[in-house]
Structures are given as structure tokens and as C-alpha cells.
Design a protein around this ligand. Sequence first.
Ligand code: WTA
Length: 663
Amino acid sequence: MSGNESDTIEARLGEQEYYRPPPAFVGQANVSDPAVYERFEDFPEGFEEYARLLDWDEHWETVFDGSDPPFYEWFGGGRLNASYNCVDRHLDSYGDKTALLWEGEPGGTRRIAYQDLYRMVNEFAAVLRDVGVTKDDIVTLHLPMVPELPVAMLACSRIGAPHSEVFAGFTAPALADRLADADSRYLVTIDGYYRRGEFLDHKRKADAALEDDTVDIDTVLVFTREDELHPDTDLEDGRDVLVADRLADHHGERIDPVSRAANDILFLMYTSGTTGKPKGAQHGTGGYLSYVAGTAKYLFDIHPTDTYWCFADIGWITGHSYIVYGPLAVGATSVMFEGAPDHPHRGRVWEIAERYDVDIFHTSPTAVRMFMKWGEKHLQPYDFDFKHLTTVGEPIQPEVWRWYYEHVGKESAVIIDTWWQTETGGVVISNLPALADMKPGSVGQPMPGISPAILGGDGEEIEPGMGTAGYLVLSRPWPGMLQTLYEDDERYISEYWETFSETDSDDWHDWVYKAGDSAVLAADGYYRVLGRLDDVMNVAGHRLGSMELESAIVEVPQVAESAVAPRDHPEKGQVADAYVVLKEDAESSEEIREAVVNAVSEEIGKFARPENVEFVTVLPYTRSGKIMRRLLTEISNDRELSDTTTLEDPSVPEEIRQQVESH
Ligand code: WTA
């Protein structure tokens, strides 16, 4: 989408009433003094407050080095180990305390105390060493929601090997792309896992991914979900290693945490961008861990005595930052679960919340809309009591917010909406829960030390209260931010910085981070995020690039070309509509429609399937040959068509609209 179009986005937003944080919450909050904002205005030193929450092997010398923008360094000269900070250092005070509380699908709870986690992480670190993993080798994980996933992450960070976890719902081709891009030689997977009563054969995805010529894997480590191997799992001699067998050789072994420089890589997290190729967001060790520990304590208000449940998948950034690194760094009990929220029944979430006396619950608006649709009767049988509720990932509609407040929070929990991205590492816009009134539908104010702004396409700042939407940008660096895109500095600059920065300047003040979202800033300083301005969709909380889906769809032999656009959906937030042009000799049919949907399921994963397939004869191309997906989005959502003058043929969108309507 080109620069000046955001000016024309109208913000039709009704003002909402405020809700005060409940006094009982405020009384116990980690942060209840507004001076925190002033302290963090002292840039960059304010952020040292977060870094001091960690144990460092060597203290940092420089808080922030901005001499080579936009490649920033945080806490340079410092050394630390993430696994030590999330596990070892809690042993003295909380050794017996539950670190991870895992709820498996067919039942079967595992309470993993910090002491147990310490043993598991050490033993798996020994196995990694045993198969040859050394410092700086990137280990790809393709693990579902089993305790072995956080164990593997922490074992990697213990020995200084960056991990790259690929969401388990991704299929072989998507896994292969990520393995190849990260030049990973090690893969960790599991034979199977449970979802809705089925024991899924997961390892086969790794087998298929490894057939790809671009992938060069030496060793596949295979965890087992049950005592017996999944009946369909094959092991390849010389390549596949059963973790259970190797663990037996390393029983009780201890591996010293490898001291990492603050700016050494902790992990990669692939995410969708505007081209087909996924981007490897690279996060460093000291800045990232400080930021997620700080936000876990200040924003999620986690106390070591709290049971905290982030209802996300660790395969995405939310789970990395706020199931694993953040909560464990501050010594919490973090709940994780396998399966689906409606299996075996629709009260499962509330049953778990009651059973473990969960204090803090963190989920997406998509999940809240789903709970709302299922109805209050599924909550009523359970006696849960939250002090703090969170939403993340998409805009939340005020009526959905109020339902969450009333029925889940029972009007006595504080609610925060949190805006951030894979790239930002942790939350950057959200109200500190004891310090600001809640306003349904708004994410709220910037986090301490963060300085967002809304810019028009011309780069001019849009003042608060104007009611005009524009580009959401962050004008000052922060410790949680990505370091770059893995081995692609150029793309890092072009995706995030080029639009609003003076790219020939050495002064970091001239560099502005473009988030890719549009937002409005109200007169009270609260931000409201509207959605993506680029070709990235947010389907049921999963971030997907249009181009990724399109490349899968054109694999169908009868398809000539395709463009994918998001359509607003009452429950899922957005769903994908696929516009498909067939080759001349092909005719639209139910079979081709199914083939299109299946192509996405097979190339990416079921979660990405397009909801609608529209057969059309043309797509809207600009004179420079780019598909204008924005016009398709308008057609999908029954909106008026915006400017079509840059199109090769300005009559095309109307033609498409008529073809869609005639079906
Ligand atoms: C969207 C997830 C509105 C936004 C943490 C962003 C949101 C993208 C919110 C990042 C929110 C995230 N309100 N929209 N509170 N939080 N988004 O990388 O479009 O999976 O750019 O990170 O989700 O998705 P990602």
C-alpha cells in the first residue's frame, strides 16, 4: 500500500466510557506509582530498571549503542545466560515451586517444579551436546504444546545455541522453508500429540520437510509423547535419534550455562511479511530478556506467588515471551495446555482455571468471541477468580471487551489490551494496569520508555484527537526490539525503516520504525489499533502473509494466478478470501475449489485455509504490475472502492465485484 492512502482512512470510532481498575487489584500491584513513566523517560538509562531484574555474569558497560542505526545494541559489554535466569537462579528460593503446570489433552497433568525443570533442561542440553550441537548452531524446533518445548528452548539457550521454533500447525513445506532459511542442521520434533481426541502423527511432517533439497539436516531429535512410539512414526537410521534413549545416557548430568554476550542471538521467530518468504526476526539475549522480564512484572503484574496462564501457543511470539521467558524469568507458575478449548467440553478453560486457581489469564479477542458465542452457561459451573485479564493480537470490540469484563473478570479483574508484534519482542503499547483507567476497544497508552506516534503518508505527525488514522510508528528504540532479519539486513531496512527514516543518517533519532499497522490516537492519549496496512492478515490470531497463501494456491494445476484478501469475520477477526483466475482451458468447479483449499492446508497448515474461493477472470494490477489487494479487501468487505487511478485498467475492480455478486 502506498504512503498517502492512510490519510483517507476514516476513523469512525465512538468514544467509550472508562472503567477504573478495582481497588483490590491496585492495592497489590507491582507498579502503582506513576513516577515509573518519568524514570523511563530518561532514555536509555530508564530501561536499566528492567535489566536489573536479571542476574548478569558481567554488568553491561553501555546501556544503548545507536551508532549504526537501525542496528542497535543493548547492554553491550554485559554477559548472561537466559536459561540460568529462568531456571537456576530460582532454585534456592523456589526449587519446589511449580514452574510449569501442564494439562495434557486426554487428562494427565504434569507439575514441573523449578527443580525438575532444572534437571530436564540440563539433561536435554547434554543430549544436544552429545549429538554435536555447539554454541551458535541454530536448532529448529517443531514442537507442539508439550513441556518438552520450553525444556528444549531453555536447553538451547543454556548452551548458547539459538532456537527457531516453528509452530506445530505448520506443515512440511512451511517447515522446510524455515529450516533452509536458518541454515539449521538440527531439528527437534516429537512423534505425535493430541488434539480433539486424535493422536496426531506429527513426525511425518519433519520427514517430508527433510526431503526438500534446500534442507540440510544432520540430526533429528525425536521426543515421544507416550511411552510407546506413535504407531506411524518411522525412524531413519543415522539421522533420527530418540531422545528417550539418549536421555538414559545423561541421567543427572549438569551442563554449565554458557555465558552469552548481551547481543548474542537468543532465538529466531519466523513471521509473515509482505513477500512470500517468511522473515526470521532475530532477537538478542540481554535486551530481549530484560524487556520480557520487565513487562511480565510491570504489565502482567506477575508475582512469584501467582499462577499465570497465557492461553496462546508457544509456536508464536506471545508464547515465547509470555509463557516461557517472561514468566519464568520472574519465577512464576506458568500454565500450558495441550489440545483445544472445546474438547472434551466447552467449559475446559474455566475448569482448568478453577483447578489451579489461576490468577492471571491472557488470551486473544478471537478466543473471547468464541467463549461469548458458546455462552455463559459454560462458565457458570466453575469457581474461578482472576485478578488480571489480558488480550493480545487483534483489536477487541467494545462489546466483546465488556463481556470479558463481566463474565470472565466478574467485574473485579483488571483488563489490559496489549499491542505488540513478533518484531517488538514484548508489549509496547498497553496501560500499566494499576495506573490508568480501562477504555474498551483501546489498547491504551505507551509502555514506559516507548514513544509511538501516528504519521500520515507524508510523514507528518497526526495530533491526538484528530480522529484520523495513520501509520503507527515507534520513534525511539527499546530493548525488546528485533536486531535484524536473519541474514537479511537489507530487507530489515526496507520492511521497517525505509518509509519514514532518513536512511543516510548516522543519528538514530532520524530513524523511525514502521509497524505496518494503522492506528488512531484519541485526545486522552489512548491508542486504538485498527489493523494492518500491508498485505498481512490476522486470521484467528495467526499472522499470515497474502503472498504465502497465493504461492500455495498457484500450485494447483488449473490455477493461473491468485490474490488473497482479508474479510472481516464476527468470530475469527478476519478470514482469507482467495480470488482465483483459472487457466484458459480450465472451468471453475467444486473440485478446483477444494484443491485450492487443500493446497493451502498442505503447503502451510490447516489453520491458514481460505474461507472463500472466488473464481474471477481478472485481478486488479497497477501499471507497475503489482496486485492491489486493498481493492479486493474492499470488495470482500462490501466497502466502497477507493482510488483506482493507478490501476492498469480502472474498471477491473467493478468487473470483479460483479463477478463475485453473480455467483
Ligand atoms: C496485530 C502478536 C490490535 C497487529 C503479538 C500487529 C493487534 C500484529 C494487537 C502482530 C492489539 C497485535 N490490537 N491489533 N492489541 N496486538 N495486533 O507478530 O496487526 O503475531 O502488527 O504478534 O498483530 O502479530 P504477531
